[in-house]
Write a protein that binds this ligand. Structure first.
Ligand code: DC
Length: 228
């Protein structure tokens, strides 16, 4: 069965999630946040008290299963949301995501999930590595200050601690690790469309992106429906 994937990549807090969810809702596509798979594995390593060293992580990996249903990660039936965004997970996830075997496990899970479906998948390497044949690859960028403001707002909305300096330091550090790792670094695919959202409101960003979707994919493959 054929699949359709719209790939949305970009740095931490570049607006990927908000935009990917809106595109998925408008065109009735599934929404998949690939970063949550790296967060889930990091959470499980921490829960199992696995030392954050490559050999220990690799030894623990085969025993870990994704419990992903209806767009949510679960653990013994309990839906994980805040747990995947704890400061501890946040501080370790880039290390975990830089390990090639971890990336293979996540990529395999993503490809299985998308098989025969139409989906918007967001991440860092969706257009370059996971779904390189995607007919529409968007790469989002925004100034660090703007991204910092968004992430502080998002964390406070989830009832999580969010000091501005701490958040900015974390964004800067994660971007550095994600962009400089040897496997699947954060970078736009050669055929990605780069969208800078620094100066745009959410509405402006979305209308630009909906126009790109329809220009590239037309409506036959996608059935637009009104925004919720
Ligand atoms: O998008 P996010 O902040 O939830 O991502 C969490 C971490 O996972 C981030 O540090 C980078 C990594 N990641 C990745 O390496 N590749 C992806 N496709 C998605 C996320």
């Amino acid at each position: 069965m054929s699949s359709l994937v719209i790939a949305i990549d970009g740095g931490a807090a570049s607006g990927k999630s908000t935009i990917a969810r809106a595109v998925a809702a408008r065109y009735e596509l599934e929404y998949i946040d690939s970063g949550s798979f790296y967060r889930f594995l990091t959470y499980r390593f921490l829960e199992l008290r696995v030392p954050m060293e490559e050999s220990a992580v690799l030894a623990a990996l085969p025993a870990i299963r994704f419990e992903f249903r209806l767009g949510k990660h679960r653990r013994k039936g309990h839906i994980l949301t805040r747990e995947l965004r704890s400061p501890l997970v946040e501080s370790q996830v880039s290390f975990v995501a830089a390990i090639p075997a971890i990336r293979e496990k996540v990529n395999e899970a993503l490809r299985q999930l998308v098989e025969g479906r139409r989906a918007v998948v967001e991440g860092r390497d969706i257009g370059t590595v996971v779904f390189p044949t995607s007919p529409l690859k968007l790469f989002l960028v925004a100034d660090l200050k703007v991204r910092n403001r968004r992430r502080v707002h998002q964390r406070r909305g989830l009832g999580l601690r969010a000091g501005e300096e701490e958040v900015q330091e974390n964004l800067r550090l994660r971007d550095r690790i994600d962009s400089t790792r040897s496997v699947a670094p954060l970078e736009p695919a050669l055929d990605a469309l780069i969208v800078d959202t620094s100066q745009l409101s959410l509405d402006e960003t979305l209308s630009q992106i909906f126009a790109l979707v329809e220009e590239r994919l037309g409506s036959p493959q996608l059935t637009p429906c009104p925004l919720p």
